[in-house]
Design a protein around this ligand. Structure first.
Ligand code: SAH
Length: 233
């Protein structure tokens, strides 16, 4: 298993709150697990988390907190997901084998997309808030990550480029979105949080070769809401 080579600056690999040691400690925490965060055991996922400089996906003022296992604000009332949630969703996506092409709904900071791209996955990501998407694109470029993105309401998916081996939704809707299930290839996996603000479940859907759907509940999570329409700024 090779992790895609990212373009890192000396400060990203050195010591200190944002260096390699901080990422290594985060990985050890994910590997051991905690009370509300069951252990992550997929070494491919842990390696990707070890590689991607999460502090570059938040405001400089928050960089020192980037390797705590918490969600952090990224502006526009949105958050970069908690590392454990990113790891758990990625692990679920990889369980049936490494997907080639994955669609993400909710680019946000771009961190989840970067973790997938670091695994060598071809990533397609959709964001409804223009400012957030522009910020994420800058990060993809500076890290040398090959991620395709578009500014749109992600609930329509990306029909022209479907089907996808994996679909990951990083905002919670009231129900699973049919268009996204349709754009999942046979043998593919979809991971999405579903439910109201105080009672969301992380659902994992598998589509078999005949198109039959199997569904698992991976447990309670907290996400920002999946909203309709687009915002320019
Ligand atoms: N994956 C992101 C998580 C960001 S939070 C990260 O790693 O940082 C969820 C994001 O979903 C927000 O940026 C929000 O604007 C976006 N979002 C919500 N509803 C959406 C929709 N219908 N289409 C596209 N993006 C949406």
């Amino acid at each position: 298993m090779t992790i895609s080579r990212l373009r890192l600056q000396p400060a990203d690999v050195g010591i200190g709150m944002t260096g390699q040691r901080a990422r290594d400690r985060l990985v050890e925490r994910l590997r051991s697990g905690g009370e509300a965060t069951p252990a992550i055991s997929d070494e491919r996922v842990l390696n990707a988390i070890r590689t991607v400089p999460r502090h570059q996906f938040v405001d400089e003022a928050l960089a020192a907190r980037a390797y705590e296992d918490n969600a952090l604000p990224i502006g526009h009332g949105q958050t970069i997901s908690q590392p454990w949630v990113v790891a758990r969703m990625t692990e679920a996506l990889l369980e049936q084998g490494m997907p080639k092409r994955v669609l993400e709904v909710g680019t946000g900071s771009g961190y989840q997309a970067a973790v997938l791209a670091a695994l060598g996955i071809e990533v397609f990501t959709v964001e409804r808030i223009g400012d957030l998407l522009r910020g994420a694109r800058k990060r993809f470029r500076s890290l040398g990550l090959n991620v395709r993105s578009k500014h749109d309401d992600g609930r329509i998916g990306w029909p022209e480029l479907a089907p996808f081996d994996g679909v990951i939704v990083t905002a919670a809707g009231p129900a699973l979105v049919d268009a996204l299930i349709e754009q999942l290839a046979p043998g593919g996996t979809l991971v999405a949080p579903v439910g109201p603000a105080n009672a969301q479940s992380l659902l994992c859907l598998r589509k078999d070769a005949e198109g039959r759907i199997e569904r698992h509940d991976l447990g309670r999570v907290v996400f920002v809401p999946l909203l309709s329409g687009m915002i320019d700024r």
